[in-house]
Design a protein around this ligand. Structure first.
Ligand code: UDP
Ligand code: MG
Length: 153
C-alpha cells in the first residue's frame, strides 16, 4: 500500500473544516496511519516549498502556512498518492472541479485547504520531513476485504 502526506493548511483549521476534510479521506476508504498538529516555521517551509522559492508569491505562501498550526496526516491505500491528489483538485481552487476538496471549500490559488504529495517519490521525501518512524501506528485493517480486490495492495 502507498502512503501519502496531506497537510491541512492553517486556513482549514481556522475555518473549522478539519473534521470535514479528514472525513472525506476516511469515507473514501483511506487509512489514517499518522497524524499531528504542528506550527510550521520558515526553515521547514523553505525546504517543503523549495520548488517555488523564486515565485513572487513565495513569502505570501509561507506566511499563510505559518498563520496558525497545520494538521499533518499520512494516509495509506492502494495508489493513495494519485487518489488523494485527485481528491484535492486543481491548485487554483477557482479552477478546481466541484466535488474536489478545493473545489468545494475554497476560492484561492494560495488558500486552498490542503497540501497533497504529487508523486510516490515526493511522498516519501515529504513524509520523512514531517514524521519520524515512531509516529506511524500499525493497526488492523478488517475492512480491507470490503475495500479492495486481493491484487489491490
Ligand atoms: N500557490 C500559490 N499561487 C500559485 C501557485 C501555488 O499561492 O500560483 C501555492 C498554493 O498554496 C499551492 C502551493 O503554493 O498549494 C504549492 O504549489 P504547487 O504548485 O506545489 O501546488 P499543489 O501541489 O499544492 O497543488
Ligand atoms: Mg505541490
Amino acid at each position: 500500500m502507498e502512503r501519502t502526506l496531506v497537510i491541512l493548511k492553517p486556513g482549514t483549521l481556522q475555518r473549522g473544516l478539519v473534521g470535514e476534510v479528514i472525513s472525506r479521506f476516511e469515507k473514501r476508504g483511506l487509512k489514517l496511519v499518522a497524524m499531528k498538529m504542528k506550527q510550521l516555521d520558515q526553515p521547514i517551509l523553505d525546504e517543503h516549498y523549495a520548488h517555488l522559492k523564486d515565485k513572487p508569491f513565495f513569502q505570501w505562501l509561507c506566511d499563510g502556512m505559518m498563520a496558525a498550526p497545520v494538521i499533518l496526516c499520512c494516509w495509506e491505500g492502494f495508489e493513495a498518492v494519485r487518489v488523494v491528489r485527485a481528491m484535492a483538485g486543481s491548485t487554483n481552487a477557482r479552477n478546481a472541479a466541484p466535488g474536489t476538496i478545493r473545489g468545494d471549500y475554497s476560492l484561492s490559488a494560495q488558500e486552498n485547504i490542503v497540501h497533497t504529495s504529487d508523486s510516490v517519490e515526493n511522498a516519501k521525501i515529504e513524509l520523512d520531513r514531517f514524521f519520524s518512524p515512531e509516529d506511524y501506528c500499525d493497526y488492523p485493517s478488517p475492512l480491507n476485504a470490503s475495500l479492495y480486490a486481493p491484487d489491490e495492495k
